[in-house]
Structure formats: C-alpha cells, structure tokens
Design a protein around this ligand. Structure first.
Ligand SMILES: [Zn+2]
Length: 243
C-alpha cells in the first residue's frame, strides 16, 4: 500500500524505495487529497506498476496533475474506489483499515476551486491501520477545523501508535485535542523543511518520538503488531538538535 506519493519528480525515489523493499506490485494506491505534492507521481506509478486499485476521497479537483492521473486510471482500466467516513476494509489478512474522514456527499462552494486550499486540505482522508496491538494513523493535510471535529466525534478511537503528522508538521494543524486523542508513540512529519518548531516541540514534549524527513531523511517504522515500533531513519541526528 502506498499512501500519497509526492510531486512528479518523486517518482524515481518511490521506484528506488520499492525496489529496495522488493515490492513489484501495489495493491492499494491511496490519495489523501488531490494536491500535486500528494498525487503528482500517481500517473507514472499507475503506468509503471501493476495496481490493485486506487483509493481516493470523492473530492474532484480540476488541475492538470489530477487529470493526468485520472486519465491514467482510465487508460489502464485500474479500479477506482471512493472512500468515506465509516468505510472499513482489510489490507491483506491481518490489517484493518478504518476511514474516519471525510464524510460522503461533499458540497462544493460557488466558484470552486478558486481559493480551495483550506477546503481541500480539511477534506483529507483520515485513515487508521490496525495490526494486532499496533496502529498507524494517516492524516493527509487536515487542518485544525477538521481535526477538532473528528477528535470530538471519535476521541479514543483515533488512538494510534504511529502518526503521519497532518499537513507536514505545519502550524495549520496538530491541534491539542487531535494530538491528545491520537497520543502517538512515534510521529513522522514529511516535509522539506521544519514547518514550525512549535509544532515539533508539542509532540516531542508529550514524549512522542518525532521525526522530520528534512532532517532525518527517509523514515522506516516497523512493528510486529505487539504495540512496539522500530524506527530506522536515513540520517543520524546531531546530539541535541531541535531539543
Ligand atoms: Zn501536503
């Protein structure tokens, strides 16, 4: 399963990562939301790999990159599954996937997609993977408005060992109610920068082992399903950096 896949230029990195992991088929290609830095390499992935199905929210976004990948879906006759709040499915025999957001039936405002960044980010897919006593929460680019709504509604059910931090660790996201509900042991911020040190510190002060890909490089989190996690990062941190 691949959840989001970066800009078009990221394709080569994904190809290398899949190769080093010995993965030749993608059963689930999942888009949290249709912005280019999440789905930009989807068209290339769809053409290059055998894909089980592409999973997205129902949000449509009339950009050239979005069209590229929806055209690739049609050209290759790859199945397209639309996910919404309340959906569950099995990833293999042992991993349960639960979708908490967005709800079905999106209402576009007059003039969409003009000025739609916040609208689209708040409709990111929030998806939890549970394997035994271990769990991973993928939060796309959710902003605090959706985080608060979801935390109030689902509370404890969001509890996850590993969190893909919403919106790259930016200050638009990671509100207190959301962080508290998730209570992550490990958090990973996927970003080319330190978006906001305050957000990083909010996690690390709460005892969460927090990684930023701009500093730590690629981050591999593995688990045997016992609630314990092994993290391997590409680069070692200089002592005390960001403390
Ligand atoms: Zn993003």
């Amino acid at each position: 399963m691949i959840v989001d896949a970066g800009n078009p230029s990221t394709f080569i990195d994904i190809q290398n990562a899949l190769e080093s992991l010995g993965i030749t088929r993608i059963d689930y290609l999942v888009a949290s939301h249709p912005h280019v830095h999440h789905v930009g390499s989807f068209a290339q992935l769809i053409h290059a790999y055998d894909i089980g199905a592409v999973y997205t929210t129902e949000v449509e976004y009339p950009s050239s990159h979005y069209r590229n990948y929806t055209e690739a879906l049609e050209a290759t006759e790859t199945p397209h599954v639309i996910l919404a709040e309340g959906d569950t499915f099995m990833f293999g025999d042992h991993v349960l996937v639960e979708v908490f957001h967005p709800r079905a039936g999106i209402e576009y405002y007059e003039g969409y997609p003009e000025g739609s960044t916040q609208f689209i980010n708040n409709l990111s897919l929030l998806m939890k993977l549970t394997y035994g006593d271990s769990s991973f929460l993928f939060a796309g680019d959710l902003y605090t408005a959706s985080e608060r709504e979801i935390a109030a509604k689902y509370g404890e059910r969001l509890k996850s060992g590993v969190l893909k931090v919403p919106h790259h660790g930016a200050g638009t996201s990671s509100s207190r109610p959301f962080r508290d509900a998730v209570g992550a042991t490990v958090a990973v911020m996927i970003s080319d920068a330190i978006e906001e040190l305050r957000i990083y510190r909010n996690y690390s002060k709460a005892g969460t082992d927090t990684y930023i890909t701009s500093i730590d490089g690629s981050v591999l989190v593995s688990t045997k399903g016992d609630g314990n996690y092994t993290v391997i990062s590409q680069f070692d941190r200089i002592n005390g950096l960001l403390n």
